[in-house]
Design a protein around this ligand. Structure first.
Ligand code: SF4
Length: 485
């Protein structure tokens, strides 16, 4: 790649997996001479990392592309080349349709293929033709390991699992991200070590459903001589990938491995001295009781953050059944009660959908009742929107938009109150805060509490990247205010 295509702008839509993927795209591109820019006008490569979870996602991408085309044409007049890349779930769902509707797009790359970006950009440069790459190659994607991982960040995501087999009736993830795939323990541990070396203090283990994590244990990897090879030459990515692929094939044939659960993985990452905090997201209730040790670990492992994001989506058993969630509200309460028993101060978070097809006033009242009983520290709530191709989109009994709006308002008002109460309860507490970035005002720094809240303190920018004891003196809806002790 010559100097003509260097600055990369990425716009990320949607969930934390996409945020993680955008970071990895940059990690993968950096060794090839690319650098990140926040200014789209100066970007030689523009990547839209898209999401299909919300309504009209594809339409939003096309209208954004209209604006980008104007920019591309202006740059062309100045003799500057601009490569446009559509990545993520819209890319996976739409494929060549993207090129048909927006022929000025150069690359369409699915969530399982973005590790090929440097090569695809090189191809575009040589052939000047569009490329659509949508293969499901999870091993390759994860196992290309830049040594810059986590550099410049005190908090980093580490992807341990991807895809989902749950097929909730409203969700496109199983179609766009594929079946559940757990990364082998050695690979994850190796990334955690690199992050620790690069100054990361908090790792959030990430996946569509991390509670379903079943990782190939390191001794299996050693049996195949892979650990030795990995440590011998981290840069020999091609070899690692081939060997891991072979093991993965064997593991699919042979189900006798003693797979590692999420809790065992956490226990081991906790042994890395430089890593001070570990979190995980997202989980599914039906997998939580398969790894009971995870609940105990919230009591015994100091590094495990007192935070659980456990989506429930609805408080109505009728709607949960229609959503194909495979659990009841009673089972959800049972899990939450267990977590609270072993970690009473745990901060709880969830996802909610209001106005799912067939949701009556009584069903919605069940959701409100569930929220009142649980008392969340934060939560994400949305109006149901039909995703093409999902079973829920074919249910006749769709809910009127006005009713959805009213229900969302009621739910969000309650969740806001609960978040405020949770934050106010922290006033007077002392807690460890990892400082991440400058505050909005001069002389302020922003960090993160173990409960996932933003904490604003007066302090020098030198403390960014440090972990410090802070006394909380005030609280607002979205952040705490503290004094460094
Ligand atoms: S658990 Fe359900 S909502 Fe979550 S990713 Fe899987 S199918 Fe989608």
């Amino acid at each position: 790649m010559t100097d003509s295509l260097k600055a990369v702008y990425i716009k990320t839509y949607g969930c934390q997996m996409n945020v993680y993927d955008s970071g990895r795209m940059l990690d993968i591109m950096r060794p090839h001479g690319f650098h990140h820019t926040d200014d789209i006008n100066t970007a030689d490569v523009i990547i839209l990392n898209t999401c299909t979870i919300r309504e009209k996602a594809a339409e939003k991408v096309y209208s954004e592309l209209g604006r980008i085309l104007i920019l591309k044409n202006e740059r062309t007049k100045l003799g500057k080349e601009t490569v446009i890349v559509i990545a993520g779930c819209v890319a996976q769902a739409e494929g060549k349709e993207v090129i048909r509707r927006a022929p000025f797009v150069d690359i369409v790359v699915g969530p399982q293929s973005y590790h090929n970006l440097p090569m695809l950009l090189e191809q575009i440069k040589r052939n000047k033709s569009w490329i659509v790459k949508l293969d499901f190659e999870e091993n390759n994607k994860f196992d290309l390991l830049p040594e810059e991982l986590g550099k410049g960040s005190s908090i980093s995501f580490l992807s341990i699992q991807e895809g989902c087999d749950k097929f909730c009736h409203f969700c496109v993830v199983p179609y766009t991200r594929g079946a559940e795939f757990s990364r082998p323990v050695s690979n994850i541990y190796r990334e955690a070590l690199i992050m620790a070396k690069n100054g990361v203090k908090e790792i959030i283990l990430l996946g569509q459903n991390v509670s379903a994590y079943r990782g190939l244990p390191p001794d299996i990897v050693e049996d195949h001589d892979i650990d030795h090879k990995i440590h011998k030459d981290l840069k020999n990515q091609e070899n690692n990938t081939i060997i891991i692929s072979d093991i993965q094939k064997n593991h699919k044939k042979n189900d006798n491995f003693n797979y590692w659960s999420l809790s065992k993985l956490i226990e081991n990452i906790a042994n890395i001295k430089e890593i001070k905090r570990i979190g995980y997201t997202t989980s599914h209730p039906i997998d939580m009781l398969n790894d009971i040790n995870l609940i105990f670990l919230h009591c015994t492992e100091k590094k495990l953050m007192p935070y659980l994001h456990l989506p429930v989506q609805s408080g109505s058993n009728k709607i949960l059944k229609s959503m194909n969630r495979k659990h009841t509200r009673e089972e959800y309460f049972q899990i939450i009660n267990l977590f609270r028993k072993y970690r009473p101060d745990i901060a709880l978070s969830s996802d909610f959908i209001v106005g799912y097809p067939g949701e009556t006033d009584d069903d919605f009242a069940d959701t409100i009742d569930l929220v009142k009983q649980i008392e969340y520290s934060q939560a994400f709530s949305f109006k149901y929107s039909a995703r093409p191709g999902t079973p829920a989109s074919e249910i006749n009994n769709q809910i009127d938009e006005k009713i959805k709006d009213q229900r969302l308002q009621i739910l969000q008002e309650l969740l806001r109150k609960q978040q405020m109460i949770f934050n106010l309860q922290k006033i007077g507490d002392e807690m460890e805060v990892i400082f991440e970035k400058p505050g909005k005002k001069n002389g302020q720094v922003i960090g993160k509490s173990p409960y996932m809240q933003s904490v604003v303190c007066d302090g020098s920018l030198d403390i960014i990247g440090e972990i410090m004891n802070v006394k909380i003196v005030d609280a607002k809806q979205n952040s705490l205010f503290g004094k460094i002790i």
